[in-house]
Design a protein around this ligand. Structure first.
Ligand code: HEC
Length: 148
């Protein structure tokens, strides 16, 4: 019957439309979740003026526990108590493959500027504290700190 077949054709087109829309929405969300940071070239090139030491890492751990762990988690896996309430979700800082792709300057910039929902720490922490955190963030991704 022509009436039924044109109806089912319409239905199929409608379904196809819904599927395509869902794919587009998923792609937009995936992009937003992994959106690259735009860090100025000169900020990327900055070198950490602070040499790493156990004292510096201990000081940075204290700042981290106070200001970062609620989102990024004590071990840096992005599983802090507040993590679930943020989108995009807080980055897993223990991902060594990711860590090897960013410079110290880039991490310093990210901590300083933030990006919603991550706050900017430029005014909340001194430059020295932010560089200490760069060392600490690096230590989270070091293979030796790879706790299960
Ligand atoms: C309110 C929750 C929150 C707090 C507090 C927070 N972060 Fe984040 N952080 C995030 C989120 C969410 C992202 C991902 C943002 C994005 O990709 O758009 C992020 C991203 C980062 C990144 C970038 C990783 C990358 O390359 O994608 C670094 C580094 C980082 N945070 C370090 C810190 C440090 C250090 C502190 C403490 C001084 C801190 N964060 C505090 C939520 C938070």
């Amino acid at each position: 019957m022509p009436a039924t077949s044109s109806k089912s054709l319409l239905l199929r087109k409608l379904l196809l439309g819904i599927v395509l829309a869902a794919v587009c929405i998923a792609a937009v969300f995936a992009y937003y979740e992994n959106r690259p940071w735009k860090v100025p070239e000169e900020a990327k090139q900055l070198k950490n003026p602070i040499p790493s030491s156990s004292q510096v890492l201990a000081a940075a751990r204290a700042i981290y526990n106070d200001k970062c762990a609620n989102c990024h988690g004590e071990s840096g896996k992005g599983d802090g108590p507040d993590a679930a309430s943020y989108y995009p979700s807080p980055t897993n800082l223990t991902d060594a493959r990711h860590a090897s792709n960013v410079t110290d300057g880039e991490i310093f910039y990210q901590i300083s500027q933030g990006r919603k929902p991550m706050p900017a720490f430029k005014r909340k922490l001194t430059e020295e504290q932010r560089w200490q955190l760069v060392l600490f963030v690096r230590s989270l991704a070091a293979p030796t700190s790879g706790k299960p």
